[in-house]
Design a protein around this ligand. Structure first.
Ligand SMILES: Nc1nc2c(c(=O)[nH]1)N[C@@H](CN(C=O)c1ccc(C(=O)N[C@@H](CCC(=O)O)C(=O)O)cc1)CN2
Ligand SMILES: [Mg+2]
Length: 295
């Protein structure tokens, strides 16, 4: 039987409506408008799309946003100076530096310069540390989006065997830690697989929830999943397609056509995890604004 589709776009819209209401309330009760600064270095075409979508989403729900574009050849020092300026700007509650950065800029140095209380991407070591020990802090947007998608869809996580394929700092490692926590919407048994894992399919077939975050187009095939699995596809890969107007089409890390005919539920690409990533950025920004009231 064909799988149930986990519609990330729809869940994202629901959460965004809730956030828009919350922002109206913050404005009425505290004269506070959440503010986000989005920093883009260079001309990466995918990054430009994501940054545009993030600004539009802010505008749609009432978050103030400003975009800072630096040229590809901007120095690391220039970028760090901009971050310092944003760290001290009271109307900015969240700072986001779009990744990847050009090779001559040290990503870790950049992330470490953002104040942890404005790190709405959840990439700062302080926030990653809080995630590890289950303390309140900003969670990285893609894993946070995956967790929310599962809970909004009523997928039981407590006691489930979650298999994560991929060990990146942005997705694989944080999602594994988040779902492992002794907390609501977590309490899973987690296995993390990667490029050196032996007999990957034997492990992925054991998954109640399979999270594909490898960055390899359509790598997860039907024979790698069980019929009871919920499959979350984190991959966003651009494949050349001369028949398409854009010259490319988007595919995930999962071979959707065949896997969706076998598993219990699946998130599509596009329209799955991507919109949730942007929504959790908005969520973190509103959260940061609320926290600023307590300082
Ligand atoms: N500073 C950050 N950089 C990057 C992050 C991040 O969370 N913070 N994640 C990714 C890219 N990313 C967000 O920035 C992102 C990727 C994809 C989508 C999305 O909505 N995808 C759509 C398809 C959009 C398209 O046409 O390309 C979908 O899946 O439906 C949103 C955000 C790396 N960098
Ligand atoms: Mg089925």
């Amino acid at each position: 039987m064909a799988a149930t589709i986990i519609d990330g776009k729809k869940i994202a819209e629901t959460i965004q409506q809730e956030l828009a209401e919350e922002i109206k309330q913050l404005q009425a009760e505290h004269h506070l408008t959440p503010g986000l600064a989005v920093v883009l270095v260079g001309e990466n075409p995918a990054s430009k799309v994501y940054v545009r979508n993030k600004n539009k989403a802010c505008h749609d729900i009432g978050i103030y946003s400003e975009q800072h574009n630096l040229p590809q050849e901007a120095s690391e020092q220039e970028l760090l100076a901009l971050i310092q300026q944003l760290n001290h700007d009271d109307k900015i509650h969240g700072i986001l530096v779009q990744l990847p950065l050009p090779d001559h800029i040290d990503e870790h140095k950049v992330i470490n310069t953002i104040l942890p209380e404005k790190d709405v991407d959840g990439f700062h070591p302080v926030n990653i540390g809080k995630l590890m020990i289950g303390e309140k802090g900003f969670r990285p947007c893609t894993p946070f989006g995956v967790q929310k998608m599962l809970s909004y869809s009523g997928v039981p996580i407590d006691g489930a065997h979650v298999v994560v394929v991929g060990r990146s700092n942005i997705v694989g490692k944080p999602i594994a830690n988040m779902l492992l926590q002794k907390q609501p919407d977590a309490n899973a048994t987690v296995t993390v697989c990667h490029s050196r894992t032996k007999d990957l399919a034997a492990i992925t077939r054991q998954a109640d929830i399979l999270i594909a975050a490898i960055g390899q187009p359509e790598m997860i095939t039907a024979e790698m999943v069980s019929e009871n699995a919920v499959v979350i596809d984190v991959g966003v890969n651009r494949i050349e397609d001369p028949a398409s107007k854009t010259g490319y089409r988007l595919v995930g890390d999962v071979k959707f056509d065949e896997v969706s005919q076998k598993c219990k539920a699946i998130s599509p690409v596009p329209g799955g995890v991507g919109p949730m990533t942007i929504t959790m950025l908005l969520y973190n920004t509103v959260e940061s604004a609320k926290q600023s009231l307590e300082r």
